[in-house]
Design a protein around this ligand. Sequence first.
Ligand SMILES: [Zn+2]
Ligand SMILES: [Zn+2]
Ligand SMILES: [Zn+2]
Length: 149
Amino acid sequence: MVLFITILVTAILMEGVAWAMHKYIMHGIFWNLHEDHHVRDNHDSFFERNDSFFVFFAIISITAFLLWSIFDWQISLGIGIGVFVYGVVYFIIHDLFIHQRIKIWRKTKNPYLLGIRRAHKMHHKHLGKHDGECFGMLWVPMKYYKGNY
Ligand SMILES: [Zn+2]
Ligand SMILES: [Zn+2]
Ligand SMILES: [Zn+2]
């Protein structure tokens, strides 16, 4: 039960962490790593410098698994799984569904998924470092369910 709750809480908190990271770090001191995600039509390699952030969260997840294997901390295992699960969901929604990096899933009628996509497309309307909206991913403000863009 402790494990399950830790996984759930970690995954939920990760949305906040991802939001803050995106708003203050990626659009802040590490803008040079995130920039190519906002001007993505200008390069032809599959990978983006922006993918470094996946590596960063993978290291956190792996470290949590290591701590669990050494000290047998259930909470550490839960954090490792929670960060991993959030990363996988983020990748599927952001990279596969929204940005079509691998074209396997484009169509949906699910209002929640359409809202996510609308909100993130608004984020991409801003090409610069300093202005922006919708830095989160899975939490979608109500107004994006109603828009027609
Ligand atoms: Zn951004
Ligand atoms: Zn790109
Ligand atoms: Zn994006």
